[in-house]
Ligand binder design. Structure first.
Ligand code: C2O
Ligand code: CU
Length: 534
């Protein structure tokens, strides 16, 4: 292999190991794979030594009789990820892995996002524009984080969120055109939970037993800064696993059931999660909220941007037992030395509270997307996810075609309220794509003609389109009209340029995704100023 055939990371990897490789058997070398600079690797904490933490909950800046208002500042901050080193992160309000916004169904929220990031990225040199997408929300087009609806440094934008859907786990993350991967990788990703009466009335774990797990990977340069390397716009695979911003943390648990809201916030890494005990996860929720009935599996595949709510019951383990959340890995993802570990749970005591310690047989029997059938569909459309001339494309076209058409070009134009079957096709064996459709919840019908996996039997907005796979989903389009994105959630693919759009209803500029309510210079008027405060 010539040097030219190696990516930057390969050069690092093999360069570093070259001398050691002469002395040790090949197998050792393979197991010693790392992606970070060796100086950074030498500072990695041992797995399961760093205490687990939960991201802070955002406090509204104002609550009116109808609406909750938040102000969030996107800015650079330093975070100690490698013990003793300060890593620059970009995040919402400076918290790497937070803050969580907690919303109640029926109370809309307005979130003012201030772009206070540096003008350009310190190492990558691009202008730090952002766009904020609330993933899982049926927001109007101009508040959906449309990639080209950017907030430049020094500007702000008020995002209006209806919070009128079933209770669910959402997340807000960067969506700035061509720089989503770098921005999210720097830390612009956080949770948003929507609660409703049904969900609050169920005897499932709530409060401190309802725990977010934002899982992603990362790698570091010799100065302890986040190293970004997408290997020529293909994928980014780090050698450290972070949970809520902490490397391989350990959480102390009581002998009872816990509910974990698991989000894969990685740029390119898919996971197959399993417990070291071999015991099953019980799934109670998917992207679109509570499932009709619980499902279980001893391991499951989790692509980027998917959310699964799982129950783990620690009651069966004795005090003193450690249960490890493992990653068994998926095809076409590079695993490193320590990426098979995610976090650990140490069983430390008897339960101090036994409320919400049950999994009912019926959770949300009326999840709207789950009532969709093939017979209701007006038509089928096909979307092929391909690599063409080193571009990532959807039916041979990309977001560049959207821009060139002045944002008019669409891949699909369903009518408001129509049900359609969308068929996602990946004819490659070399990569897979998590496919996300904005605005809607959908039902997975089949994968290569076979039934979906147990954990997918619930409302979804993102699906794991595996290698050599054709899958079909049923979607009802609404409740809004206008233009929305559909794209691969491997953020490297998305940025270069596997992103398409569809339009619900006839052409109209009424809710133009860019021009209806663009970002403005800071400071801007008092947020919610004309609303009565309660
Ligand atoms: Cu989570 Cu269009 O993204
Ligand atoms: Cu992709």
């Amino acid at each position: 292999m010539s040097d030219n055939a190696l990516s930057r990371r390969d050069v690092m990897k093999y360069g570093v190991l070259a001398s050691a490789a002469l002395a040790v058997p090949l197998e050792r070398v393979v197991r010693a794979k790392t992606a970070s600079d060796p100086i950074a690797v030498s500072k990695f904490p041992k797995p399961f030594t760093v205490p687990f933490t939960v991201p802070p909950v955002a406090v509204p800046t104002k609550r009116s009789s109808t609406t909750d208002y938040y102000t969030v500042s996107m800015h650079s901050a330093t975070t100690e990820i490698l013990p003793g080193l300060q890593t620059e992160t970009w995040s919402y309000d400076g918290t790497f892995g937070g803050p969580t916004i907690r919303a109640t169904r029926g109370r809309p929220a307005v979130v003012r996002q201030l772009n206070n990031l540096p003008k350009v990225h310190p190492r990558l040199g691009y202008e730090a524009w952002t766009s904020v997408h609330l993933h899982g929300s049926g927001s109007l087009p101009q508040y959906d984080g449309y990639a080209s609806d950017i907030i430049r440094p020094g500007e702000y934008k008020d995002y209006h969120y209806p919070n009128d859907q079933d209770a669910r786990t959402l997340w807000y993350h960067d969506h700035g055109v061509h720089h989503t991967a770098e921005n999210a990788y720097m830390g612009l990703a956080a949770m948003y939970t929507l609660h409703d009466e049904l969900e609050q009335s169920l005897p499932i774990p709530q409060g401190r037993y309802d725990v977010p797990l934002i899982i992603r990977d990362a790698m570091f340069d010799r100065n302890g800064q986040l190293l970004y390397d997408d290997e020529g716009h293909s994928d980014l695979f780090g050698d450290m696993i972070l949970v809520n911003g902490r490397p391989w943390p350990v959480m102390e648990v009581e002998r009872r059931k816990y509910r974990f809201r698991i989000l894969n916030a990685a740029v390119s890494r898919g996971f197959r999660f399993a417990l070291s005990t071999g015991d099953p996860f019980v799934f109670i929720g998917t992207d679109g909220g509570l499932m009709q009935r619980p499902q279980s599996a001893t391991s499951y595949r989790h692509g980027m941007a998917e959310r699964y709510e799982v129950i783990i019951d620690f009651a069966k383990y004795p005090i003193g037992q450690r249960v490890v959340l493992r990653n068994l890995g998926v095809d076409n993802v590079v695993d490193f030395d320590l990426t098979g570990n995610v976090m650990a749970f140490d069983v430390v005591g008897e339960p101090t509270d036994l409320s919400g310690n049950t999994i009912p047989d019926e959770l949300n029997p009326n999840a709207p997307a789950m009532d969709l059938t093939e017979a209701m569909a007006k038509r089928t459309r096909t979307f092929e996810f391909n690599r063409t001339n080193s571009q990532w494309t959807v039916n041979g076209k990309t977001w560049a075609d959207v821009v060139a058409s002045d944002y008019e070009y669409v891949w699909a134009d369903p009518g408001l309220g129509d049900v359609e079957i969308w068929e996602f096709v990946n004819s490659s064996g070399g990569w897979w794509h998590p496919v996300h459709v904005h605005l809607v919840d959908f039902k997975v019908l089949d994968r290569n003609g076979r039934a979906p996996s147990a954990w997918e039997i619930g409302s979804k907005d993102t699906v794991y389109l595996a290698e050599n796979e054709t899958m079909r989903v049923a979607i009802r389009f609404g409740p809004h009209t206008g233009r929305y994105m559909i794209h691969c959630h491997n953020l490297v693919h998305e940025d270069h340029d596997m992103m398409a759009q569809f339009r619900v209803g006839p052409p109209s500029d009424e809710h133009h995704p860019i021009f209806a309510d663009p970002a403005k210079p800071q400071p801007g008027p008092v947020l919610g100023g004309d609303d009565d405060t309660v």
